[in-house]
Write a protein of this length. Structure first.
Length: 331
């Protein structure tokens, strides 16, 4: 394990000791579509940290008054080389994708979409939703799975109660709760934790995992480090314990973890690839398949990547213009 500021090695902790080498990542505000636009708070990726395990994207939003902002209004758009994880606290979203899946996103229930080699989908606030509140997560698929078939999984975890905390484990394993969802990637953890007011809870985690702790609803202390509302604490590999401390109002926490991904990726817009040229091709083929641009001769005869979509839906989103410089890989 290394000190995040100096790069010097520090001692490996003994059993049950929380790692105090915690890095705090603050969110940036991003408007999400439309003239009024719902604001999301993005803590991954950042310039200094792109991945926590295979997790490569974390947007946190709400509670959002849909009557003011219009809520979630993200029409058809593409993904490659990743999986999306939708987890709601309040409200509802309707998911529709080019693999033929139409499904509601409901509070406390996981919806996971595997893009594989390519997919398009849309996410729209469900009729009747007044407040929308949740997180949108992505994780990168490894080399052996990123060109695989599309997939979709739904899972409603049974909450697990320990003193001072309730956990809903939607991916991986924690506190003897095991999610059955096959992620097709390196080992991962995803859970919602509800801490009671004033609770101080310590629990075992895998020491080969790095972890990210989102202070979703309130301030929090993570392994002795204070964390502001909406900020993310990064805890490196090497310790087998996390200690969380809530304030007087309690706290809702999103806990993510995974073994270090071990592959360099290139992320741009909604694509995950391995180099600049792959991203260029993904964009080019999406633009052509959806009729925004003419097909490039280099793609003649290639099977479609992004699938068919039902008629009568909102117009798809065109890809933005690529930067003038080559996209750089990140880890």
């Amino acid at each position: 394990m290394s000190n995040l500021e100096t790069g010097q090695d520090i001692a490996v902790l003994g059993p049950g000791e929380p790692c105090t080498s915690v890095e705090v990542l603050t969110p940036r505000e991003v408007p999400l579509g439309g003239l009024r636009a719902m604001t999301v708070y993005r803590t991954l990726p950042q310039r200094g940290r792109s991945l926590v395990g295979a997790w490569c994207f974390l947007d946190h939003y709400g509670p959002d008054d849909v009557s003011i902002t219009g809520g979630m209004n993200v029409s058809r758009h593409p993904h490659t080389g990743l999986a999306t994880v939708s987890w709601l606290f309040t409200g509802g979203i309707n998911h529709l994708d080019s693999a033929g899946v139409a499904a509601p996103v409901l509070p406390g229930e996981l919806n996971l979409m595997l893009a594989g080699r390519g997919i398009t989908h849309q996410e729209l606030s469900a009729p009747g939703t007044k407040l929308l509140h949740g997180v949108q997560l992505w994780y990168a698929l490894p080399e052996g799975a990123r060109f695989g078939d599309n997939g979709f999984a739904h899972y409603a975890p049974e909450p697990v109660h320990v003193e001072g905390m309730t956990a809903s484990v939607f991916i991986g394993e924690l506190l003897s709760s095991v999610s059955p969802v096959d992620t097709r990637t390196t080992p991962l953890l995803g859970a919602e934790l509800l801490l009671e007011p004033g609770a101080r809870v310590s629990f075992a985690v895998r020491p080969d995992f790095e972890h990210a702790v989102l202070a979703e609803s309130d301030e929090l202390v993570v392994n002795g480090t204070a964390l502001a509302h909406r900020s993310l604490a990064y805890v490196p590999t090497g310790a087998d314990t996390l200690t969380l401390e809530a304030g007087d109002h309690g706290a809702r926490v999103i806990l993510l973890g995974g073994v270090p991904f071990g592959e360099e990726i290139v992320m741009w817009w909604n694509f995950v690839g391995r180099d600049h040229d792959e991203i260029v091709e993904f964009r080019r083929r999406y633009q052509a398949e959806l009729g925004f641009e003419a097909e490039d001769p280099r793609d003649a005869g290639k099977p479609p990547l992004f699938g068919e979509f039902p008629e009568g839906q909102p117009a798809p989103i065109p890809a933005p213009v690529l930067p003038l410089t080559r996209l750089r890989s990140r880890r």
